[in-house]
Design a protein around this ligand. Structure first.
Ligand code: NAD
Length: 280
């Protein structure tokens, strides 16, 4: 007799829980109006989570994206416009998201900026801004939600670091420092959350084609003294053995896996999605 759990050849059928593994969960993704954050938000919604979008951008476009996500995935989707350069705004965003959707199960710290310049001419205000957004904002948001996750004995913290959290490149002093820092923060959070069902992991993308990468091509061309095309081939993709940009949906798919119950024993890691870059 055929087992209803299995199809022909004994291959397990995907149950509705498998199709929407994050149903009933609430996910907040910082910097999700664009690029990787939007990719993660979309995959979380597709997996059934209610989602909180954050980030800068045009109000009309943001509302358009939210409407599209609600319709496509049949989930609640709200927007909180916190400027995460401000520690107070990080805590307020957590409080508002909790008030709107009842809880936050999954916090993805993704918002980030970049500046490319040699150290001797690296503007100190860019150093401060990059550290504030790419590192400190994650700490302030985690600090605001961690007690609640521990009390509910379930939580997922996912920090979007970078291959630059594991290795360096010239002209990116602040970014490389912040990304190495967030991997250290991830490990500490993992240790403090371990006995409470709260995991913390860092995803380390290589180059993904987003506005952040597009915008640095000019500065890279200036710093290296070469053309735009040569920057793409000889600076960006030269590092990535696959010679292709990763897709935002690939980062989203890993975030969904880390957010699921199957990943309860994965904590304190820094997982590269970098086409082999850090295998060098
Ligand atoms: P992006 O520029 O497309 O998106 C950045 C997001 O952060 C946007 O939603 C933006 O509105 C938001 N943001 C900027 N300033 C903010 C502020 N003050 N407060 C709140 N939100 C703010 O960039 P991306 O490439 O999608 O990068 C997302 C993350 O991925 C960053 O942490 C970045 O370092 C990391 N990353 C990107 C790549 C890549 O190749 N694109 C590689 C490795 C890591």
């Amino acid at each position: 007799m055929l087992d209803p759990q299995h199809g022909p050849m004994g291959i397990a059928r995907r149950s509705p829980e498998h199709a929407r593994p994050l149903a009933g969960r609430v996910a907040l993704v910082t910097g999700s109006t664009s690029g990787i954050g939007l990719g993660i938000l979309e995959e979380m919604a597709a997996a059934g989570a209610a989602v909180v979008m954050n980030g800068l951008g045009d109000a009309g476009q943001i509302e358009g994206e939210l409407t599209r996500i609600r319709k496509a995935h049949d989930v609640a989707a709200v927007y909180l416009p916190a400027n995460l350069m401000e520690p107070k705004a990080c805590a307020e965003m957590i409080a508002m998201a909790t008030a709107r959707l009842g809880k936050i199960d999954i916090l993805v710290n993704n918002a980030g900026i970049q500046h490319v310049a040699p150290i001797e001419s690296f503007p100190p205000e860019k150093w401060d801004a990059i550290l504030a957004l790419n590192l400190s904002a994650a700490f302030h948001a985690i600090r605001a939600i961690f007690g609640d996750m521990k009390a509910r004995r379930w939580g997922r913290i996912i920090n979007v670091a970078s291959a630059h959290g594991l290795v360096a490149s010239p002209f990116k002093a602040a970014y490389v420092a912040a990304k190495h820092g967030i991997i250290g923060l991830t490990k500490t959070v993992a240790l403090e959350g371990a006995e409470f069902g709260v995991t913390a992991n860092a995803i380390c993308p290589g180059y993904v084609w987003t506005p952040l990468v597009e915008q640095q091509i000019d500065d890279q061309a200036k710093s290296h003294g070469i053309s735009h095309d040569r920057v793409i081939k000889e600076v960006l993709l030269a590092k990535q053995p696959t010679k292709t940009f990763a897709q935002t949906s690939e980062i989203g798919a890993l975030a969904v896996f880390l957010a699921g119950d199957a990943a309860q024993s994965i904590t304190g890691t820094a997982l590269p999605v970098d086409g082999g870059w850090t295998a060098h």
